[in-house]
Ligand binder design. Structure first.
Ligand SMILES: [Zn+2]
Length: 288
């Protein structure tokens, strides 16, 4: 299952951007000044679009970590990706590493602002895997971050249409049917309920400005102000014959068929994995 992650990780000490502490290709370590961090914060605050947000914050970060003009490059060199896409970030910071506390502060500034457009998850992933420099454990306990305002939106505005409200009621009713038919502690109910709770939490916390409508059977469509859209849909499990050696799939009308032309189906009384007249176990997933 793919799940959007709009929340803000507070630590990223591991992963692709973690800096090695030694070795011939170790990144050049930099410690940013308070003024550097304030400049990045100001760039994030002033951004009026996701493209500007990335371009201006990474430019400010690049100015902070790169050596002054004229000294030449002591890191990975190529600072430009060219002019082909003027909205693309144009700073290559892969040759540098900054203290993890500063890395986290910058990550939270940029993703906080990106939340305005419902893009915190997407931009956060790009920052962590491609755009930000590496990080290293803070070597100096005296390193204190300046106090900077939280850039996340102070309020979330989700607009639910009638179709969304009806869909939510239907989802709730489906969970109730699973619980009463299979038992509240059954995997059939737990898996469905867990996936519903997780995606509802994503919807409530990750999209500050979005419109929600009903989508198909037991689904919701979420359209953010930033233009992204995703849908939360229920994926029922196939009802299969549980007899060893029989691969039949049994439809709601109790007819059986082979899932593939070469799949063996025994000529017998099939034993369905869940009742033909019972609610379908499954889970909610995300599609983009
Ligand atoms: Zn069978």
């Amino acid at each position: 299952m793919t799940t959007p992650r709009p929340t803000h990780p507070t630590s990223s000490t591991s992963g692709p951007n973690s800096a090695a502490s030694n070795g011939p290709t170790a990144p050049v370590r930099r410690v940013l000044t308070d003024d550097d961090l304030r400049a990045i914060h100001a760039a994030a605050s002033a951004a009026t679009s996701p493209a500007q947000l990335l371009r201006d914050t990474l430019a400010a970060l690049g100015s902070a970590v790169r050596p002054p003009t004229g000294r030449g490059s002591d890191a990975s060199g190529d600072d430009s990706t060219g002019d082909a896409d003027p909205s693309a970030p144009s700073v290559n910071l892969s040759g540098y590493a900054i203290p993890i506390s500063q890395w986290n502060a910058i990550f939270n500034m940029i993703t906080g602002r990106a939340g305005l457009w419902g893009l915190a998850a997407e931009i956060g992933l790009d920052l962590a895997t491609n755009l930000l420099p590496a990080s290293y454990d803070d070597p100096d306990p005296r390193l204190v971050l300046p106090a900077l305002t939280d850039l996340r939106p102070t309020e979330h505005h989700l607009r639910l249409t009638h179709s969304a409200i009806e869909a939510i009621a239907e989802c709730r009713a489906h969970l109730w049917r699973l619980s009463s038919h299979y038992h509240p502690a059954s995997p059939a109910y737990r898996q469905a309920a867990d996936s519903w709770n997780e995606l509802l939490t994503v919807l409530l916390t990750g999209y500050p400005d979005a419109r929600v409508t009903g989508y198909g059977n037991l689904g919701l469509l979420v359209e953010s102000a930033g233009g992204t859209a995703w849908a939360l849909t229920y994926r029922p499990k196939a009802r299969r014959c549980t007899t060893s050696g029989c691969h039949a799939v049994i439809d709601d009308d109790a007819t059986a068929h082979a899932p593939r032309p070469d799949a063996p189906v025994l000529d017998h009384h099939h034993v369905p994995s869940y009742p033909v007249d019972g609610p379908a176990p499954g889970q909610w997933t995300v599609i983009y």
